[in-house]
Design a protein around this ligand. Structure first.
Ligand SMILES: Cc1ncc(COP(=O)(O)O)c(C=O)c1O
Ligand SMILES: N[C@@H](CCCC[NH3+])C(=O)O
Length: 499
């Protein structure tokens, strides 16, 4: 399926192809795809509403309100670009996850834990909501851990990840009494053991196993195959070695095993494969080392509908399917007790709740070539098209009617970079005008989280909306914020030596 973040082939993205030189530096880039015309944008409510959050009011293809507030008002009050988060959708997804897995516990014969993967959208208020909805929090760095602590998350409900955790990060996690530290390598295992011993604390650990599963997703977000920086490769014997060392350790307690096969996955079969491999591993650990390891974390990775054609499994289906696969594998591999199941969703919680609101600036027509619609943000607030050629759904926003014949345009940002593209072949009304608002759906995950200050653009504000009110989750950054971190060399004493 071209265009979605779904294994587009080694070099389907012209930008990537050029960057890697695979298509030849002088080769003409492939023509922009026209298959994601976004014609749905002008076709009416049912189609356009799908990737937009639950409370989005769409009229004649235009986003009019979100959370009961007119988008013009939001733009006026908070400025653009603006990240909007629909509270009903966000909380709805959090609760739906918890309920979907709780509903399967009887069938599974074990308890379940839903861990929100903070990397998708790591903002204090969002973590507070996750906590209120009964989710644990997965942190992938000291910064995420500090944010979770600031959000008041009970450290025992935090899972710490990372393929290269620093000694300071490990130490902080041990001192805080983090619920599970996921061991990613044999060297980390040794490092953590020393830290635990020095602290005099037994640390509950999960062992991250690389199960050799193909997740059918973009190669940049696939993590389950053997040749990856993440985890202990099962096929090379590293996972067994890790288990052996943990079982022998006085300071590290092997309470579970973990895998995460990739991100933005729309199919269930990679999860079946992962469940089978991981449950077999649990059985082997018991047989080889005599250790009953009771927890199984199958990671996150469930995809979302970023464009109408992308249809992820419903959460109850996903939960039922995953637990059935674990139960089946447990029986097949002779596990005495069903494992306590953890899942770690990020994108499928935060993604659908987000909308980015831009103001259209220059519209540039190149007859016979392209029409460029430039917005006031770009790859600094959403690098996902340049990185993965990830498709998005665009819609004009606001009350002003724009009903000109739809035509394909390239939506670009304002950065000094040809690759600063948000979408190609995007169908927008021909009378879209400079100064109009433009909305992009499903930007709740991995947009704010991956934002930069390229070209010194301050990062946008993020606003939570619901039931007619709006509250800032993140205030807009200012250039003064950026300058505040940069002392002038002119003030330096002694002065900088001249060559
Ligand atoms: C270990 C781990 N858990 C959970 C996630 C969350 O993934 P997603 O946002 O695709 O659900 C990731 C990111 O891919 C991850 O690396
Ligand atoms: N940053 C990726 C997802 C990475 C998932 C985290 N391991 C994206 O935007 O799709």
């Amino acid at each position: 399926m071209p265009g979605r973040l779904g294994r587009p082939g080694p070099h389907a993205c012209p930008l990537l192809a050029r960057r890697r030189g695979a298509a030849g530096a002088h080769q003409r880039p492939r023509a922009p795809r026209r298959d994601r015309t976004g014609a749905h944008v002008t076709r009416g409510r049912a189609e356009v509403a799908e990737p937009f959050p639950d409370t989005a009011e769409i009229q004649d293809g235009r986003l009019r309100t979100l959370g009961g507030i007119a988008v013009e008002e939001l733009a006026e009050r908070f400025g653009t670009p603006l990240w909007l988060v629909d509270r009903a959708t966000l909380e709805g997804r959090m609760r739906a996850y918890r309920e979907a897995f709780a509903a399967q516990e009887a069938v599974l014969g074990a308890t379940t834990t839903v861990v929100y993967a903070a990397k998708a959208l790591c903002v204090r208020g969002v973590l507070e909501l996750a906590d209120d909805c009964g989710l644990w929090v997965d942190c992938a760095s000291g910064g995420e851990l500090a944010t979770a602590r600031a959000a008041g998350i009970d450290p025992r409900r935090i899972v710490l990840h990372g393929n290269n955790k620093s000694v300071a990060e490990l130490r902080d996690a041990v001192d805080a009494g983090v619920g599970r530290i996921v061991i990613d390598s044999l060297s980390e295992l040794a490092r953590l053991e020393g830290i635990a011993e020095a602290a005099g604390r037994v640390v509950p650990c999960h062992l991250r196993v690389t199960p050799g599963v193909d997740a059918h997703t973009h190669e940049f977000v696939a993590t389950g195959h053997d040749d990856t920086k993440f985890g202990l490769t099962l096929s090379l014997g590293l996972a067994h070695e890790g288990a052996a060392r943990l079982v022998a350790s006085r300071w590290l307690d092997l309470v579970g095993v973990h895998c995460h096969v990739g991100s933005d996955i729309l199919r269930l079969d990679p999860y079946h494969a992962a469940a089978d491999v991981m449950v077999r591993f649990l059985a082997e650990v018991r047989a080889t080392h005599g250790a009953e390891v009771g927890e199984l974390n199958l990671g996150g990775g469930l995809g979302i509908s970023a464009v109408p054609g992308d249809v992820p499994p419903e959460l109850p289906t996903y939960a039922a399917d995953l637990t059935a696969a674990v139960a089946e594998a447990a029986d097949a591999h002779g596990l005495t007790a069903r494992p306590h199941l953890f899942v770690e969703p990020g994108r499928s919680i935060a993604g659908p709740a987000g909308v980015t609101l831009y103001r259209v600036g220059t519209i540039k027509e190149l007859p016979g070539l392209s029409t460029y619609v430039a917005v006031d943000g770009g790859m600094s607030d959403n690098p996902r098209y340049p990185l993965y050629q990830a498709p998005h759904t665009f819609a004009p926003a606001g009350a002003v009617a724009r009903d000109g014949t739809p035509r394909p345009v390239t939506v670009v940002g304002k950065h000094c970079e040809t690759g600063d593209v948000l979408g190609e072949g995007v169908s927008l009304p021909s009378d879209l005008a400079e100064g109009d608002l433009l909305a992009v759906a499903a930007t709740g995950a991995y947009n704010h989280a991956m934002a930069s200050n390229y070209n010194r653009l301050p990062r946008p504000a993020m606003v939570l909306v619901g039931e007619g009110w709006a509250v800032e989750l993140v205030r807009r950054e200012t250039v003064e914020d950026l300058l505040a971190r940069e002392p002038s060399l002119r003030d330096a004493r002694p002065p900088v030596p001249r060559p």
